[in-house]
Write a protein that binds this ligand. Structure first.
Ligand code: C2O
Length: 570
């Protein structure tokens, strides 16, 4: 008998241990890109979705897991998907920006994205990276810590993904085509959305309004993602404090705030404790708009945070209480944004070593431009121009016959050059009164080459060309340390000594302050071709992008994997 009990105990222990040290999982998904009818703002419109869902499916994985996502394109447009913020170590073929790491998946075709999450935890997301299709094609990617690894904060009762989006009553591709044709700024959106729904303050939207139920006293984790196409957003919850604990899949030292600002591409994890009188409270989001004289969507999207005791009593017929509407900062309230941003400090124990010695010191001007044109229907930008955008005065042009990564890997000549300028071609007072002679960028497909393992610093400097503006700049394949930020022109003598090399925020998308600068650092330890661009899609389309070509190092672990056999052809 005793030996049977021993054997049982042994088996239980073995099962427990293998559970704890289970190998990472492989998650298989099928994503069918399709037309889906959706009713919003009193009309039904056919949008592009994944699996008929809007927002698309939430992916939940653990650090170390592998994702295998078979994308079938049943829609009428070319498409690619991008796993925003996933480092894609040695798997640039799975990154997704069209004509950068792959040719698009054509209607009727399919492609399987395979990649592994390596040393990342937090909230990321996925979205189309093909023209403006990401307006409706996006979803959350939640990365839990490995089994047995705790959060650096009290474990929340549950998670609530909050995807902020932007909605147009018109077909998004026709909005984009009109802008490309005319050269003018695109029509602004008709609504913002929270998890696909505009909420109570818009016509015909009451029924769909998103409700999140909480129990009195519990703490939940809001995983907020700005999936809006073209707009930085404020987000707040009536009467509740938000404790910010993470950004772009990196932990920060917790701090509390009433309101956050989040740029397109960014994610913010906040803890919320349901410590208010049981009731219904609005979550609200609206624009943070910094460009001068530029139209923007000034509406407000809402969802409802509801205490479960209230839901029960309203089911029993008691009148449901009207939700409390929170105050939001003014549209151009940069002071609130700066005060918020300055509080973000990473957890030094979680972020590795901030590079101190720099191999590549780069300085990129970023912003808009105008190209002169002959008056006519295709010349409807301000004063006979077409809008453009650039980095270091180069307006980025995507190749059309192959991707940059394939051209590099297969040595196809004539697709790109590697002479992207490390510093601006002309030095000027970037945020001052810029001479009109400097407003027109040049066009090109220029990459900047980095040696494997080199340490890189980039000063991202906003310009006053057309208008100063806060730009969310995203780097693929990496996350980076934000060692400094400020207003006006970056001044190395004055600003370098103030860099934060102790607990700088770690991000994959940085809001370059309006009329200011941000300095980022990273180690080029991921070979491949990596796009860097403004995550405002209209600016990306105007050429606000460049790419790094990071060379292989030595051996298999420092070398790009071979392209998958089903890589789409152009
Ligand atoms: Cu989230 Cu290149 O994008």
């Amino acid at each position: 008998m005793a030996s049977v009990i021993n054997l049982l105990a042994y088996l239980v222990l073995a099962a427990f241990l293998s559970f704890c040290f289970a190998n990472a999982e492989i998650h298989h998904h099928q994503f069918v890109v399709q037309q889906t009818p959706v009713n919003r703002l009193c009309r039904t419109r056919s949008i592009i979705t994944v699996n008929g869902q809007f927002p698309g499916p939430t992916l939940e994985v653990r650090d170390g897991d592998t994702l295998v996502i078979n994308v079938i394109n049943a829609a009428r447009y070319n498409i690619t998907l991008h796993w925003h913020g996933v480092r894609q170590m040695r798997t640039p073929w799975a990154d997704g920006p069209e004509y950068v790491t792959q040719c698009p998946i054509q209607p009727g075709a399919s492609y399987t994205y395979r990649f592994t999450i390596e040393n990342q935890e937090g909230t990321l997301w996925w979205h189309a990276h093909s023209r403006w299709l990401r307006a409706t094609v996006y979803g959350a990617l939640i990365i839990y810590p490995k089994i047995g690894v705790p959060y650096p904060f009290v474990k929340p009762k549950h998670d609530i993904p909050i995807l902020l989006g932007e909605w147009w009553n018109r077909d998004i591709i026709s909005v984009m085509r009109q802008a490309i044709f005319t050269g003018a700024a695109p029509n602004v959106s008709d609504a913002y959305t929270i998890n696909g729904e505009p909420g109570d303050l818009y016509p015909c939207s009451r029924k769909g309004v998103k409700k999140f139920i909480v129990k009195s006293g519990e703490t939940v984790l809001l995983r907020i993602i700005n999936a809006a196409l073209n707009q930085e957003l404020f987000f707040t919850v009536a009467s509740h404090m938000l404790t910010v604990v993470g950004n772009d899949a990196a932990y920060n030292k917790p701090f509390t705030t009433r309101v956050i600002m989040i740029g397109p591409g960014q994610t913010t994890n906040v803890l919320l404790t349901a410590n208010q009188p049981a009731g219904r409270y609005y979550m609200a989001t609206r624009a943070y708009a910094t460009a001068q004289n530029a139209a923007f969507d000034n509406t407000t999207a809402t969802a409802i945070l509801e205490y479960d005791s209230v839901s029960c009593s309203s089911k029993q017929g008691a009148p449901s209480t009207k939700p409390v509407l929170p105050p939001l900062p003014a549209f151009n309230d940069t002071n609130t944004v700066t005060a918020y941003t300055n509080q973000v400090r990473s957890l030094p124990s979680k972020i590795g070593k901030v590079p101190v010695h720099i191999d590549e010191s780069l300085f990129f001007t970023v912003g808009l431009g105008l190209v002169n044109c002959i008056p006519g229907p295709r010349c409807q930008g301000p004063n006979n121009t077409r809008f453009a955008a650039s980095m270091n005065n180069v307006s980025f042009v995507l190749p059309r016959r192959t991707s940059l990564l394939q051209a590099y890997y297969q040595n196809i000549p004539g697709v790109f050059t590697t002479d992207f300028p490390p510093v601006p071609p002309t030095v000027f007072d970037y945020t001052g009164n810029v001479s009109r002679a400097l407003w027109q960028p040049s066009f090109g497909t220029k990459l900047y080459k980095l040696k494997y393992g080199s340490t890189v610093q980039i000063v991202l400097q906003d310009t006053a060309i057309v208008s100063t503006e806060d730009h969310p700049v995203h780097l693929h394949g990496y996350h980076f340390y934000v060692v400094g930020q400020g207003f006006g022109n970056f001044n190395p003598g004055r600003d370098t000594p103030n860099f934060n090399l102790i607990d700088p925020p770690v991000r994959n998308t940085i809001n370059v302050p309006v009329g200011g600068w941000a300095v980022i650092r990273f180690v080029a330890d991921n070979p491949g071709v990596w796009l860097m661009h403004c995550h405002i899609d209209s600016h990306l389309g105007w050429g606000f992008a460049m790419s790094f070509l990071v060379e292989n190092g030595h051996g298999k672990l420092q070398t790009i994997e071979a392209p998958p056999p089903d890589l789409p052809r152009c």
